[in-house]
Design a protein around this ligand. Sequence first.
Ligand SMILES: Nc1nc2c(ncn2[C@@H]2O[C@H](COP(=O)(O)OP(=O)(O)OP(=O)(O)O)[C@@H](O)[C@H]2O)c(=O)[nH]1
Ligand SMILES: [Mg+2]
Length: 648
Amino acid sequence: MHNSVVARLESLAVWRADLDRRLLRFARFLGEQELESEIDSTRIERLRERLANDHVLVAFVAEFSRGKSELINAIFFAGAGRRMLPATPGRTTMCPVELGHDAQRPAQLMLLPIDTRLQGHSLAELRGRESAWRRVELDPGDAGTVAEALAAVTQTRLVTVDQAAALGFWNDEQPQDNPPLGDDGMVEVPAWRHAVINYPHPLLSRGMVVLDTPGLNAIGAEPELTLGLLPTAHAAVFVLAADAGVTRSDLEVWREHLGEGRIERFVVLNKIDTLVDPLLQPMEVESQIERQVEDAARALGMPADRVFPISARDALSGRVSGDDALLRKSRLPELEEALARELIPRQREMLGAAAAAIIGDLRASVAHRIGDRRRQSAEQMLELRGLRGKSGTKLKLMAQRVEAEAAEFERCVTKIAALRAVKSRMLNAVLATLASESLRSEVAAMQAALADKPLNLGAKQAFGTLCSRLRRAVANASQQVEEMRQMLAATFKQLNGEFGFSFTVPEPPALERFDTELRLLESSYARYLTITRAWRLTAPGFKEQFRRMLLSKLRKVFETAAADVEMWSKGATNPIDQQLRERRAAFQHRREAMQRVQLATGELEQRIGEVETQDQHWVDVQRRFEVLAGELIERARSGPAEPERNAA
Ligand SMILES: Nc1nc2c(ncn2[C@@H]2O[C@H](COP(=O)(O)OP(=O)(O)OP(=O)(O)O)[C@@H](O)[C@H]2O)c(=O)[nH]1
Ligand SMILES: [Mg+2]
């Protein structure tokens, strides 16, 4: 069963675990050789966290009844021998459903009641709050009861029109999207806002997360899905039905949710089994399918090889009954192969490139540290060799010179203190520019502008103003960082020249990346404000949710930028203490050497021998370190073994 996907994910998981092991070994080596620094350790920790938590999120998006849930059943749950996620004619899935597997937790279904929308908390906030969710234990060994539990995602509730409006399901100005009104004046709305399924499955356990969405066009479209969840997906599978063709509402869903952005898109033309016609030759059916694929590709502006004609129904029953011919006929394996081929390597590439860059930085900073130590040994050696055959008076003079040099060196302490003071003032200025308090007041200002004129042009304008102010803040921070860099470079140059240090300014973080992130956020939010369903934001709970969501997204951008700047600034001055310590130790060595030599001449040769041994030790450490770092980078870049080669 879809071996290639499992094999690829498996080799990805093996690669991640291997990288992690090597990183750990690398960190241990640095610790043993006393080469670690706080910053390097933080960097290694962060990278390890990323390697452990990285996942591939695939979202299934479409108008209702196109067969999203059935497709997920066919890909993920055929092994259970039955239909697991409810898939029926008409609207079935009523809330977004997230499928994943976290082995630390029991198999379970978590349901978030729809009422939570009224309080204005965003989904991201509620994720961490267990008490907000209803929990149902699942027994993976018993497919029947699991399927029964999963039926919850179709549950609805009857509420009054007012309640429906508050929940975001009713709008007097856009009656065509409203759910039907019962004779008793009640409206049917989804019972749950979100469902999370934790279920052991070969794909899910290897880091794949699947998002099934309700038919988005009419019901259940909460801003968070459009703005929070979908943009974080690595791939989206957009489902069309061959018996419906590309309808206006299909196009609307496509445009509103997948029309642009960074997500990798796959289009599925489902239900090709419905095209089978006893009066047509198979060839004729085939050319009908081809024509539909081309039409769909044209309508969506996608290349035809990204449109996959399949039958989810045939695939599911083919797999359940072990009928390989039916499975082949369903053409699902082609889609799965494409998903595995395109998606996983890309994910791997991104992770590998990020890891290689971080390890490259680590390598540079540690190599620098080793270089420093070797330089000091060389200096000591030079001095010791110079002592050979010197008289007692000469030695005394030299000892005095060491004392004078040491005293002269201590002058650097005041200069360094001044440097620290200037740096910390400058750093505080950058951090103030990127502080979340200023963000909150900017967002509040926009919110105030929104309050008077609900979501008309004024709102877009207010949002645009907010975004341009924030981008200006990032540009200012960038400028401040550049000034800091110049200050550090000039001071380091002076300190190096005067006191023989070897300080260098590391490359400052590229804040342009955050400008790009802000632009992306801006375009997706601005697009949302113009779509027809943005009226939901007029309900107070939604407005609050929108504000919190926006604020938390922005905060993340700004906090990451601030953390990067802080880390860089620390990294620039961290070596100071270390080099100070080492220089003082070197003076001490020289003093001791001189004293010993004065006592007995045999000591000198012994001392020279010691320094030689020490230098040899650093040569050895350097070599071992280079091998470790080189292997680590090579491993990060090359990625996992190709599963085909392994499998064969
Ligand atoms: N003939 C045929 N019917 C299918 C196929 N896939 C799904 N269906 C049927 O289409 C109907 C809708 O399928 P679902 O999987 O519930 O569709 P959905 O896109 O999840 O719909 P919502 O949950 O309402 O958004 C169900 O009756 C399925 O049995 C297929 O390949 N061929
Ligand atoms: Mg469904």
